[in-house]
Design a protein around this ligand. Structure first.
Ligand code: PA5
Length: 437
């Protein structure tokens, strides 16, 4: 309530930013860069699908993904930062937990997915090339770089294209799908190679806000995910954000709680406490989103994703008894698709677990969540819960859009432009200068 008027006006600014993008209007000089396009992307892509059918971008994306999935047993997705983390979050949260390892039919006969170009680790790249060669099966490359000039991704592209040429021969271009801006080095390279499908990162959609453009949707479609459902979840969150009153608005509540605790209690560390293994990559995607968007002008909270119950046995001690500088947001998935596994009776009761024989893994997780929250509460450590009824494309679409909206609302609230990342340029410039000396 204390923040309601400020949250209302931050929401109005964010909605106005989206309208400017929708209208293709000139960006006011004091707001540059204004990459507000992510906001209405789900609405726009779904409307275009309904209007144009097979000629729409979504239909084209699906058909390219199906072609690649039909031709290749593995696909290497090259990209870094916002051009990588969203796709990984979708793979880990929505696909089979052992996606690459299971027999193809358990992943819907879709190709295995590997991520590279997100580092310059010689062992890792060599290892992946060895793996691909050892299988002697067709593979392909999806390369994602909005600028088309990021060195980590560009270097990996050249190396993997060399290997792809050796493996695919004259099918090279069919197995190479770029996602990039409408100009730049990667666009020029892809055009010169004659790549049949080049996907665009739309103007006004920044890297870490691009997961619901071709940047995340193409890899998601290659994995066989339902990309319309993903967008429908995000669109539902847009509708909720625009219309729900502050007190019932999940985006504004999240921003309000985090911001008030930071301003009044010094809670400068934001812990995203994911329960279960499948949301870790989504949390890492959020770490990047928050850090790169609001970590400016010596402001911005420190994001940290943890995975429980695993990290109760590592970071948990510090969160329970360390400095009072944290707000912990639990991300809880209410129900899982798999049948609950019970501990079960055993003749070998040396572990004394027979008294818990009827308890299932979800029962233990629920008890761990309640027990941890209780311990924090008893020591006046602030927590909030984000509840997902289940983990699927719809709820993940909602979650990603919610966190993107929350980040830009908070930017407006604290007077930070969430778009652009001028600080990242310093290392890039230095690295390039050192390399070219
Ligand atoms: O959020 C961002 O804009 C960055 O993290 C970029 O996604 C990252 O630097 C990669 O840039 P590019 O897609 O131009 O290669």
């Amino acid at each position: 309530n204390a923040l309601a008027p400020q949250l209302e006006s931050a929401r109005a600014e964010v909605l106005a930013d989206a309208d400017l993008w929708q209208a293709g209007a000139e960006v006011p000089a004091d707001k540059e860069p204004l990459d507000a396009g992510f906001h209405l992307l789900p609405d726009r892509l779904l409307a275009e699908l309904a209007e144009k059918g097979a000629a729409s971008e979504l239909a084209r994306l699906k058909s390219t993904a199906d072609r690649l999935a039909g031709d290749c047993k593995s696909v290497v997705v090259l990209g870094i930062g916002g051009s990588y983390m969203g796709a990984r979050a979708l793979l880990e949260s929505c696909c089979h937990p052992y996606y690459n390892e299971v027999p193809a039919k358990l992943r819907g006969d879709r190709p295995r997915i590997y991520f590279e170009g997100n580092n310059v680790d010689n062992d890792a790249v060599t290892g992946l090339i060895e793996l691909l060669k050892s299988r002697d099966e067709p593979w392909g490359v999806v390369v994602i770089s909005k600028s088309g000039g990021t060195l980590e991704t560009a270097a990996a592209t050249r190396i993997f294209l060399r290997e792809l040429e050796a493996s695919a021969g004259d099918k090279l271009t069919e197995r190479f799908v770029p996602v990039t801006g409408t100009s730049g080095k990667l666009f020029d390279l892809s055009t010169a190679l004659g790549a049949p499908d080049i996907y665009e990162v739309p103007d006004g959609v920044g890297g870490r806000f691009s997961v619901l453009s071709a940047v995340g949707l193409l890899p998601a479609a290659v994995m066989g995910l339902d990309i319309e459902k993903l967008l429908a979840g995000a669109k539902a969150m847009n509708d909720h954000f625009a219309t729900a009153p502050v007190g019932e608005n999940v985006v504004l509540q999240y921003v309000g709680v985090c911001n008030l605790l930071e301003e009044t209690e010094g809670c400068v560390t934001r812990i995203l406490s994911t329960w279960g293994k499948r949301l870790e990559a989504a949390g890492l995607w959020y770490d990047q989103l928050l850090a790169e968007s609001l970590g400016k002008n010596e402001q911005g909270a420190l994001p940290l994703t943890i995975v429980n119950t695993r990290d109760l046995h590592s970071r948990g001690q510090q969160h329970q008894e360390g400095p009072r500088d944290k707000v912990i947001t639990n991300v809880i998935v209410e129900s899982q698709d798999s049948t609950p596994l019970a501990i079960g009776e055993s003749e070998n009761n040396q572990d004394k677990l027979n008294e818990l024989a009827n308890k299932t893994l979800p029962d233990i997780l629920r008890a761990a969540i309640a027990g941890t929250n209780q311990a924090y509460e008893e020591d006046n450590r602030p927590t909030a819960d984000l509840i997902l009824p289940k983990l699927d494309e719809h709820t993940i679409g909602q979650l990603l859009q919610m966190l993107m909206l929350a980040t830009v609302v908070e930017g407006r609230l604290i007077g930070i432009n969430p778009y652009g990342q001028p600080g990242v340029e310093a290392y890039k410039n230095n690295m390039n200068a050192i390399l070219r000396k």
